[in-house]
Design a binder for this molecule. Structure first.
Ligand code: NI
Length: 183
Protein backbone atom coordinates (compact mmCIF):
# COMPACT_ATOMS: atom_id res chain seq x y z
CA UNK A 1 0.00 0.00 0.00
CA UNK A 2 1.30 3.42 -0.95
CA UNK A 3 0.69 6.23 1.52
CA UNK A 4 0.35 9.90 0.56
CA UNK A 5 3.36 11.97 1.67
CA UNK A 6 2.83 14.71 4.24
CA UNK A 7 4.39 18.02 3.18
CA UNK A 8 5.74 21.23 4.67
CA UNK A 9 3.13 22.94 6.82
CA UNK A 10 1.66 19.69 8.15
CA UNK A 11 1.96 19.78 11.97
CA UNK A 12 2.94 16.10 12.08
CA UNK A 13 6.34 17.01 10.59
CA UNK A 14 7.04 19.11 13.70
CA UNK A 15 5.61 16.72 16.29
CA UNK A 16 7.53 14.77 18.91
CA UNK A 17 7.52 11.10 17.88
CA UNK A 18 6.87 8.17 20.21
CA UNK A 19 8.93 4.96 20.52
CA UNK A 20 7.50 1.83 18.93
CA UNK A 21 6.51 -0.94 21.31
CA UNK A 22 6.34 -4.68 20.70
CA UNK A 23 2.54 -4.58 20.62
CA UNK A 24 2.54 -2.27 17.58
CA UNK A 25 0.03 -3.81 15.18
CA UNK A 26 1.56 -5.30 12.00
CA UNK A 27 4.92 -3.53 12.20
CA UNK A 28 6.29 -5.56 9.27
CA UNK A 29 3.30 -4.61 7.12
CA UNK A 30 3.78 -0.97 8.01
CA UNK A 31 7.48 -1.16 7.09
CA UNK A 32 6.66 -2.82 3.76
CA UNK A 33 4.17 -0.02 3.02
CA UNK A 34 6.83 2.55 3.87
CA UNK A 35 9.23 0.91 1.38
CA UNK A 36 6.50 0.75 -1.29
CA UNK A 37 5.76 4.44 -0.69
CA UNK A 38 9.44 5.41 -0.83
CA UNK A 39 10.06 3.51 -4.08
CA UNK A 40 6.90 4.98 -5.65
CA UNK A 41 8.24 8.47 -4.98
CA UNK A 42 11.88 7.74 -5.92
CA UNK A 43 13.23 8.47 -2.45
CA UNK A 44 16.27 6.92 -0.76
CA UNK A 45 14.95 7.51 2.76
CA UNK A 46 11.59 7.99 4.45
CA UNK A 47 10.55 8.68 8.05
CA UNK A 48 7.21 7.76 9.66
CA UNK A 49 5.99 11.38 10.13
CA UNK A 50 6.16 11.70 6.34
CA UNK A 51 3.43 9.06 6.09
CA UNK A 52 1.39 10.58 8.90
CA UNK A 53 2.66 8.58 11.90
CA UNK A 54 4.38 10.28 14.85
CA UNK A 55 6.47 7.22 15.70
CA UNK A 56 10.20 6.54 15.82
CA UNK A 57 11.01 4.67 12.64
CA UNK A 58 12.70 5.53 9.37
CA UNK A 59 13.82 3.45 6.42
CA UNK A 60 16.55 3.83 3.87
CA UNK A 61 17.68 2.09 0.70
CA UNK A 62 20.96 3.28 -0.74
CA UNK A 63 21.63 0.06 -2.68
CA UNK A 64 20.84 1.60 -6.07
CA UNK A 65 22.92 4.76 -5.75
CA UNK A 66 26.03 5.03 -7.90
CA UNK A 67 28.40 5.43 -4.97
CA UNK A 68 30.64 2.42 -4.43
CA UNK A 69 31.83 3.77 -1.09
CA UNK A 70 30.23 3.25 1.33
CA UNK A 71 28.34 0.09 0.45
CA UNK A 72 24.59 0.58 -0.05
CA UNK A 73 22.23 -0.58 2.68
CA UNK A 74 18.53 -1.33 2.82
CA UNK A 75 16.95 -1.34 6.26
CA UNK A 76 14.46 -0.04 8.78
CA UNK A 77 15.73 1.77 11.89
CA UNK A 78 13.36 1.36 14.83
CA UNK A 79 13.66 3.51 17.96
CA UNK A 80 17.03 4.82 16.77
CA UNK A 81 19.32 6.90 18.91
CA UNK A 82 22.33 8.72 17.47
CA UNK A 83 25.02 8.27 20.12
CA UNK A 84 27.76 10.25 18.47
CA UNK A 85 28.44 12.44 15.43
CA UNK A 86 32.05 12.85 14.34
CA UNK A 87 34.38 13.65 11.46
CA UNK A 88 34.66 16.71 9.28
CA UNK A 89 31.50 18.48 8.21
CA UNK A 90 30.77 18.26 4.49
CA UNK A 91 28.20 19.80 2.22
CA UNK A 92 25.66 17.89 0.17
CA UNK A 93 22.75 19.14 -1.88
CA UNK A 94 19.75 17.62 -0.09
CA UNK A 95 16.13 17.16 -1.03
CA UNK A 96 13.14 15.80 0.87
CA UNK A 97 9.87 14.21 -0.31
CA UNK A 98 8.04 16.51 2.13
CA UNK A 99 9.60 19.57 0.46
CA UNK A 100 8.93 18.93 -3.24
CA UNK A 101 11.06 20.88 -5.72
CA UNK A 102 13.41 22.28 -3.08
CA UNK A 103 17.09 21.35 -3.00
CA UNK A 104 19.65 23.10 -0.84
CA UNK A 105 23.22 22.58 0.34
CA UNK A 106 23.37 21.28 3.90
CA UNK A 107 26.45 20.80 6.05
CA UNK A 108 26.61 17.72 8.30
CA UNK A 109 29.34 15.71 10.06
CA UNK A 110 30.87 12.80 8.12
CA UNK A 111 30.07 9.93 10.50
CA UNK A 112 27.59 8.80 13.12
CA UNK A 113 27.29 6.02 15.64
CA UNK A 114 23.71 4.86 16.01
CA UNK A 115 21.82 2.42 18.22
CA UNK A 116 18.56 1.02 16.82
CA UNK A 117 16.35 -2.05 16.53
CA UNK A 118 15.28 -4.03 13.49
CA UNK A 119 11.71 -5.22 12.81
CA UNK A 120 12.24 -8.19 15.16
CA UNK A 121 13.45 -5.88 17.94
CA UNK A 122 17.05 -7.09 17.76
CA UNK A 123 19.38 -4.32 18.90
CA UNK A 124 22.32 -2.94 16.93
CA UNK A 125 25.06 -0.43 17.59
CA UNK A 126 26.72 0.60 14.32
CA UNK A 127 28.80 3.29 12.70
CA UNK A 128 28.03 4.81 9.30
CA UNK A 129 29.89 7.29 7.12
CA UNK A 130 29.46 9.15 3.86
CA UNK A 131 26.15 8.92 2.00
CA UNK A 132 24.55 6.43 4.43
CA UNK A 133 25.41 8.66 7.38
CA UNK A 134 24.02 11.64 5.47
CA UNK A 135 20.65 9.96 4.82
CA UNK A 136 20.46 8.61 8.38
CA UNK A 137 21.04 12.09 9.84
CA UNK A 138 18.38 13.58 7.54
CA UNK A 139 15.78 10.88 8.37
CA UNK A 140 16.63 10.89 12.07
CA UNK A 141 15.97 14.64 12.14
CA UNK A 142 12.41 13.95 10.94
CA UNK A 143 11.80 11.99 14.17
CA UNK A 144 12.71 15.12 16.12
CA UNK A 145 10.57 17.43 14.00
CA UNK A 146 13.56 18.90 12.17
CA UNK A 147 13.61 19.60 8.41
CA UNK A 148 16.75 20.27 6.36
CA UNK A 149 15.61 23.83 5.60
CA UNK A 150 15.97 24.56 9.33
CA UNK A 151 19.76 24.52 8.80
CA UNK A 152 19.75 27.25 6.16
CA UNK A 153 20.89 30.77 6.91
CA UNK A 154 18.26 33.53 7.26
CA UNK A 155 18.86 34.81 3.73
CA UNK A 156 18.32 31.39 2.09
CA UNK A 157 15.24 30.88 4.27
CA UNK A 158 13.83 34.21 3.17
CA UNK A 159 14.41 33.33 -0.49
CA UNK A 160 12.59 30.02 -0.02
CA UNK A 161 9.63 31.43 1.88
CA UNK A 162 7.33 31.80 -1.15
CA UNK A 163 8.07 28.23 -2.27
CA UNK A 164 7.45 26.84 1.22
CA UNK A 165 4.15 28.71 1.51
CA UNK A 166 3.12 27.32 -1.88
CA UNK A 167 3.92 23.76 -0.72
CA UNK A 168 1.91 24.20 2.48
CA UNK A 169 -1.10 25.26 0.39
CA UNK A 170 -0.77 22.28 -1.92
CA UNK A 171 0.29 24.45 -4.84
CA UNK A 172 2.91 21.98 -5.95
CA UNK A 173 2.55 18.95 -8.18
CA UNK A 174 5.16 16.28 -7.52
CA UNK A 175 5.08 12.92 -9.36
CA UNK A 176 3.83 11.24 -6.17
CA UNK A 177 0.69 11.64 -4.10
CA UNK A 178 0.82 14.18 -1.26
CA UNK A 179 -1.47 14.99 1.64
CA UNK A 180 -2.11 18.73 1.64
CA UNK A 181 -1.94 20.21 5.19
CA UNK A 182 -5.37 20.67 6.74
CA UNK A 183 -7.14 18.69 4.01
NI1 NI B 1 13.16 14.30 4.41
Amino acid sequence: MIYPITVYGDPILRKKTEPITKDFKDLKGFIQNMFDTMYASDGVGLAAPQVGQAIRIFILDSTSTDDEEPEGIKKAFINPQILEKFGDEWVMNEGCLSLPEIREDVQRPESIRIKYMDEDFNEYDETYSGFNSRVIQHEYDHLDGILFVDYLNPLRKRILKTKLTAISKGKVIPKYRIKVPGK
